[in-house]
Ligand binder design. Structure first.
Ligand SMILES: *Cc1c(COP(=O)(O)O)cnc(C)c1O
Length: 425
């Protein structure tokens, strides 16, 4: 890792922590990051000449794998026509049509440049629509880094938020109520007492930012019933799960219809994109149709729209998700068996092609139970995998992903490496 180490040292002198997004620094696994030279299909290549089968996939967007020829070809053509106009194009209509068709709960959609912008804007719109200020979120759910959403859980179910990060004013955090995921009773209690002040509930329907925590179906149903009853806007943050756990996202997978949805990652095909949308009467609040201001110099960027359109066209083909499900199922089964054979207790969770293995015996249903995972064991597992040419997320509390480019052989190789890595922890 000679070259990577050298580059990291230099990067640290110029960029905080040497990275432009914190988890990339590999701190959670106690080592230096690998620097990437290029990537193709299921493989990623570092600057020291090592090849890895990649399960990070840029943290979720690359459902086709790296540099898919169709996406690259379309981008090459698009770039010749100009990189940004600051004026509308038919590409924006095309991507909007693809999204709205896949998500019937969304009647109108606005493009932005990241998932963070999508959730931040959706909440502003929900507040504008309801005339209320408070937001309910769930412990361990990540909705990007907007001020009011960087709020940690309090100890009690009804504890009001304290900021998770310096720089977030207490006054912002005070409007965020944090509750445990999968706890219908706590939710009911808070909604009943605070209903007149709550603008929206925002949730990752499958929590991908503490690994992979599945919702109890009754929990999502309770959430939908309560919010509907009290005129609270229900926002599904499907930035990760959208077009990932199913073409129609977690809302199709679990059969729940939110009022608003946030998307990102997959819909950008590897370029910077986010989107938020929902019911017509809510989205009509957005400027210039309505009074809630939200804008973006590069929003609806023609290159980003092109990559998104090409990606959605390919994954909307018949049989895509069956194929992904089969491969992901094989991997889940293989990892579970490999751990058993190696005598290591793990819990493996999966929704479509997002998955996580926890080093715990507890059933992982929320933030607290996710935290029971033995992270030192995870670090050893991570290093064991990397050494054997498998790139998984460098933290226990991140989801891993499969792409259409992964083959049965990739998966078999991964299971074999996992068995050996499990034995080392
Ligand atoms: C990644 C992610 C975000 C933030 O998206 P960015 O593009 O990184 O700003 C928000 N919500 C969820 C659920 C995510 O997984």
């Amino acid at each position: 890792m000679e070259k990577s180490d050298r580059l990291f040292k230099r990067a640290c002198e110029l960029i905080p922590g040497g990275v432009n997004s914190p988890v990339r620094a590999f701190r959670a696994v106690g080592r230096n990051p690998i620097f990437i030279d290029r990537a193709k299909g299921s493989k990623i290549y570092d600057v020291d000449g090592n090849t890895y089968i990649d399960y990070v996939l840029s943290w979720g967007p690359l459902i086709l794998g790296h540099s898919h020829p169709k996406v690259v070809g379309a981008l090459k053509k698009a770039i010749e026509r100009g990189t940004s106009y600051g004026a509308p194009t038919s590409l924006e209509i095309e991507l909007a049509e693809l999204i709205l068709e896949a998500y019937p709960s969304m009647e109108k959609v606005r493009m932005v440049n990241s998932g963070t912008e999508a959730t931040m804007s959706a909440i502003r719109v929900a507040r504008g629509f309801t005339g209320r200020d408070k937001v309910i979120k769930f412990e361990g759910c990540y909705h990007g880094h907007a001020d009011g959403l960087l709020v940690k859980a309090g100890s009690g179910a009804t504890t009001f938020g304290v900021p998770d990060s310096p720089g977030v004013p207490k006054s912002y955090a005070r409007n965020t109520i944090t509750l445990p995921f999968n706890d219908g009773t706590a939710l009911k209690k808070v909604i009943t007492t605070e209903r007149k002040n709550i603008a929206c509930v925002i949730i990752e329907p499958v929590v991908g930012n503490i690994g992979c925590v599945l919702p109890r179906p009754s929990f999502l149903e309770t959430l939908r019933e309560l919010t509907e009853k009290h005129g609270i806007v229900l926002i599904f943050d499907e930035v990760m799960t959208g077009f990932r756990v199913a073409y129609g996202g977690a809302q199709a997978y679990y059969g729940i219809k939110p009022d608003m949805t946030c998307l990102g990652k997959v819909i950008g095909g590897g370029l910077p994109v986010g989107a938020y949308g929902g019911k017509k009467e809510i989205m009509s609040m957005v400027s210039p149709e309505g009074p809630v201001y939200q804008a973006g110099t590069l929003s609806g960027n023609p290159l980003a729209m092109t990559a998104g359109i090409e990606t959605l066209k390919i994954i909307s083909r018949e049989g895509t998700y069956e194929k992904l499900e089969q491969l992901a199922g094989l991997l889940e089964k293989g990892l579970t068996e490999a751990a058993k054979r190696a005598g290591v207790k793990i819990k493996c969770y999966r929704a479509g092609t997002m998955f996580c293995t926890y080093f715990t015996e507890a059933d992982v249903v929320d933030y607290k139970t996710a935290k029971t995972s033995d992270t030192s064991r995870f670090s050893k597992f991570f290093s064991g995998m990397l050494k054997r040419g498998i790139n998984i997320a460098p933290s226990q509390f991140e989801a891993n992903f499969l792409s259409l480019a992964h083959t049965r052989r990739d998966v078999e190789k991964t299971i074999k490496a996992a068995y050996e890595a499990f034995k080392e922890c």
